[in-house]
Design a protein around this ligand. Structure first.
Ligand code: PGA
Length: 252
């Protein structure tokens, strides 16, 4: 009942020409894959080109970040209004690299989540513990805090589109993937906290993706975990064949 969602996070990679070369190769590889929602999140400067290149296909385009206000004196920022105006449909919120390097906090994640919902952007909210937190055995507390802060004052009636991504920080870009057991345990904690914030019915329908060194050869075993509803993929999403294989391997 939860349709898988497989999202590519290209981070600070690919010019518009490189992004379109990717979509040209990628679209035919996944044209028959209707079991999952497929989303590419290019850098801001490649959003328009990829939106044009994927028009009338089953591939959707999202931003990697946004401000929560529509307009203002915020040099360098992009607003939800600007993203919807060019046809973006999704947005990543609270990626650990934004939390780590760009002062993203639980509070700004909450503001951005509210703004995304107000603008009909599908938000993919990233949560996850750092290595030191896992070693200190506070993973559950960290996830509960991040999820409950993200969902503060969110109207359950508007919450259906929300997607979460559990990304253990120690697994991002390190080649160290969480085992299916570790991921399952974390996803259960995230889903239980969603239930506390939004109710059991919504918690059962909201998708929770796994992210952190997802590759074509581990996608199927991760996806086999009942509580994993898709993937957020960094490094392995930069190559069209590899990302297409991850999409194809995410069949239940
Ligand atoms: P990775 O990145 O797949 O390269 O580990 C995942 C992410 O940061 O979303």
């Amino acid at each position: 009942m939860r349709k898988p969602l497989i999202a590519a996070n290209w981070k600070m990679f690919k010019t518009p020409a490189e992004a379109v070369a990717f979509t040209d190769a990628f679209i035919p590889l996944v044209a028959a894959q209707h079991h999952a929602d497929i989303v590419l999140c290019p850098a801001t400067t490649s959003l328009s080109a990829t939106i044009e290149a994927t028009r009338n296909t089953n591939v959707h385009i999202g931003a990697q970040n946004m401000h929560w206000l529509d307009n203002g004196a915020y040099t360098g920022e992009t607003s939800p209004l600007m993203l919807t105006a060019i046809g973006a449909t999704h947005v990543l919120i609270g990626h650990s690299e934004r939390r780590q390097y760009f002062n993203e906090t639980d509070e700004t994640v909450n503001l951005k989540l509210k703004a995304a919902l107000a603008h009909n952007l599908i938000p993919i909210v990233c949560v996850g513990e750092q290595l030191a937190e896992r070693e200190a055995e506070v993973t559950a507390e960290v996830l509960q805090r991040q999820v409950s802060a993200a969902l503060t004052d969110i109207n359950p009636a508007r919450a259906t589109p929300i997607v979460f991504a559990y990304e253990p920080v120690w697994a991002i870009g390190t080649g160290r993937t969480a085992t299916p057991q570790i991921a399952e345990e974390a996803h259960k904690i995230v889903r239980a906290q969603i239930a506390v914030s939004l109710g059991a019915e919504l918690a059962a329908s909201i998708r929770i993706l796994y992210g952190g060194s997802v590759k074509p050869d581990n996608a199927a075993s991760l996806y086999a975990v009942a509580d994993i509803d898709g993937a957020l993929v960094g490094g392995a999403s930069l190559d069209p064949t590899s990302f297409a294989q991850i999409v194809i391997n995410s069949v239940a």
